[in-house]
Write a protein that binds this ligand. Structure first.
Ligand SMILES: *[C@@H]1O[C@H](CO)[C@@H](O)[C@H](O)[C@H]1NC(C)=O
Ligand SMILES: *[C@@H]1O[C@H](CO)[C@@H](O)[C@H](O)[C@H]1NC(C)=O
Ligand SMILES: *[C@@H]1O[C@H](CO)[C@@H](O)[C@H](O)[C@H]1NC(C)=O
Ligand SMILES: *[C@@H]1O[C@H](CO)[C@@H](O)[C@H](O)[C@H]1NC(C)=O
Ligand SMILES: *[C@@H]1O[C@H](CO)[C@@H](O)[C@H](O)[C@H]1NC(C)=O
Ligand SMILES: *[C@@H]1O[C@H](CO)[C@@H](O)[C@H](O)[C@H]1NC(C)=O
Length: 493
């Protein structure tokens, strides 16, 4: 699920309503072609890791495809002469400009595609927007998206790049579904409110030999429907099988993917290539978002990719992009607190669990190397200041509205903390986010700096990394009343 900055609101999108069950693994197809497992690299974090170090990590792990959410030169230039194939993107807030003026697309291609190619960056796709038809956008991008797609493809063609580089449209799986009374792939079709538009779009993609890019989230099936069978989210059986038109479904990923295949058949393009633009499982922020389930999901998914079995209707190798590479602590939490915890690696580039991207069971995920940390110090609740306790709720609120407290929530990794532990967590995460500025560990005397690791049990109190970005996190977040308080405290004798 990837709500990007231009997202105004964000209800998590429904994954197709194929609510069923499963058991037996399908036989391997025997194809030799390696699975094409790429990653999504979103950059909505306060402390980015040096892009060159991240790219080195991708190379060490054999990742040869990356999908971005913009065309940021700082990130993109790290891919020069690496052989890694890139999907760049035009954010949603630029779709109207793209649709309205062909010069905009030409300029974009010239600056962000031709320029990059000359610099040795292997651009393969340009994504036009991100999930623009999410129901939560209330149709606000419906009229501009297709014209923007056409405009981008035309600009690529005019630049002589149209054969090699395709304009694509990453859509959430909520653009198609099966009726509730017949929840099987063969009953699938594009959403009624956008069906005619979708038929035009998929025929356009077909004509230009461009793939359909879809984001599929078994985690969200579970999150949105408390009755969803847990085992159907994974790939190791334990659920009832779904029989549909001679096909057998053992997991929701396959059922969802094939619902798209049926929708394409009914739209006159049965062979349109499909790329899975996002697929993954978060590790915190919800009762089902944890390392155990994420590992179970990836383990099954990557083995499936390694065997090149595809889905019942599309056997063979698939092109997929895992969501996501690194945790992003500044993503909107409107879809859920899990939004900031999709990373294969944590904020500091460390793997959260062992994983084999090749799907062959031999390699472990290698983390980003030589990431510099800030000093090993923490900010915690100073219980001695009893007379100032009345300011506590406002201080905690303040800290948590300017830093990421999602691990404190129900079902999350730090939910078991004591009342005092909660306060310390909030103070520390704020202090770390503010680059350990001493002024960010005051809260009028309620907080103090300690050299003793404040982590408790399974709850990590992070030490932030040294941000590689030239963008400094200023103390601009400091609330006026707090400034007044700080000034007041500092003038006391
Ligand atoms: C190229 O991409 C960057 C980053 O997404 C964007 O800010 C810039 O506007 C793009 N260039 C043009 C000419 O649109
Ligand atoms: C969509 O509508 C809802 C409810 O009317 C509103 O809260 C939300 O801001 C709207 N979103 C957009 C993107 O206009
Ligand atoms: C999209 O176009 C239709 C038909 O011209 C119009 O009725 C609708 O208001 C437009 N929607 C937006 C969000 O501009
Ligand atoms: C899920 O699968 C496991 C085995 O993988 C099994 O032990 C468990 O009973 C299953 N749960 C349900 C609700 O079917
Ligand atoms: C700690 O904070 C979380 C999130 O606000 C809350 O659910 C929990 O009840 C708090 N714990 C205590 C002991 O106050
Ligand atoms: C603090 O302790 C936690 C949990 O034991 C550990 O994972 C973390 O690496 C420690 N942090 C530092 C900076 O030593």
């Amino acid at each position: 699920m990837a709500l990007r900055p231009s997202a105004v609101t964000a209800a998590a999108a429904c994954v197709a309503t194929v609510v069923l069950m499963a058991l037996l693994p399908l036989p391997a197809s025997g194809s030799d072609e390696g699975a094409a497992v790429g990653v999504n690299w979103g950059t909505m974090m306060s402390h980015p890791i040096n892009p060159s170090a991240v790219v080195r990590m991708l190379l060490l792990n054999g990742v040869n495809r990356v999908k971005m959410f913009d065309a940021d030169p700082w990130t993109a230039s790290a891919f020069a002469n690496t052989g890694i194939q890139l999907m760049l993107a035009v954010p949603n807030d630029q779709l109207a400009s793209l649709a309205g003026d062909p010069r905009y697309a030409r300029l974009w291609v010239n600056q962000n595609v031709t320029g990059y190619l000359q610099a040795g960056i292997d651009v393969r796709y340009v994504a036009v927007g991100n999930e623009p038809f999410l129901k939560s956008y209330n149709g606000s991008l419906i009229n501009v998206t297709f014209p923007a797609l056409k405009s981008m493809q035309r600009a690529l063609d005019e630049a002589g790049l149209g054969e090699k580089i395709k304009a694509v449209l990453p859509l959430n799986a909520d653009v198609y579904n099966s009726p509730e009374n017949k929840p099987v792939p063969s009953a699938g079709h594009f959403r009624k409110d956008i069906n005619a538009l979708m038929v035009d779009i998929v025929n356009f993609l077909h004509k230009h030999d461009a793939p359909f890019v879809v984001n599929i989230y078994p985690f969200l099936s579970l999150y949105q429907n408390p009755n969803f069978p847990l085992n159907f989210s994974f790939f190791d059986g334990g659920s009832k099988l779904v029989y549909d038109e001679g096909m057998v479904y053992t997991n929701v990923f396959d059922a969802n993917f094939d619902t798209l295949v049926w929708s394409l058949r009914k739209s006159g393009v049965p062979d349109l290539k499909i790329i899975v633009g996002e697929v993954g499982w978060p590790t915190d922020g919800d009762k089902n978002a944890n390392v155990r389930y994420a590992q179970k999901f990836y383990d099954g998914f990557l083995k499936k990719m390694g065997r090149n079995v595809g889905t019942p209707l599309r056997p063979g190798s698939m092109e997929v992009y895992l969501f996501a590479l690194i945790d992003e602590n500044q993503k909107s939490v409107l879809p859920g607190r899990f939004e900031r915890h999709w990373g294969l690696v944590a904020y500091d580039g460390k793997p959260k669990f062992s994983m084999d991207l090749s799907g062959h069971g031999q390699d472990n995920l290698v983390g980003v190397e030589e990431v510099p940390y800030l000093p090993a110090q923490w900010c915690v609740f100073n219980k001695d200041e009893k007379d100032k306790y009345k300011d506590l709720p406002a201080s905690v609120d303040y800290a948590c509205s300017n830093a990421d407290c999602t691990p404190l929530g129900y079902g999350s990794s730090c939910n078991g903390l004591s009342h005092d532990g909660n306060i310390s967590y909030a103070f520390n995460i704020y202090f770390q986010t503010m680059d350990q500025d001493v002024r960010a560990c005051s809260f009028g005397g309620l907080a103090k700096i300690t050299m003793i690791n404040a982590s408790q049990g399974g709850c990590l109190f992070p030490v932030q990394i040294l941000s590689a970005s030239e963008k400094v996190v200023p103390l601009r977040f400091v609330h006026v009343s707090l400034l007044v308080l700080l000034v007041f405290v500092s003038i006391l004798p």
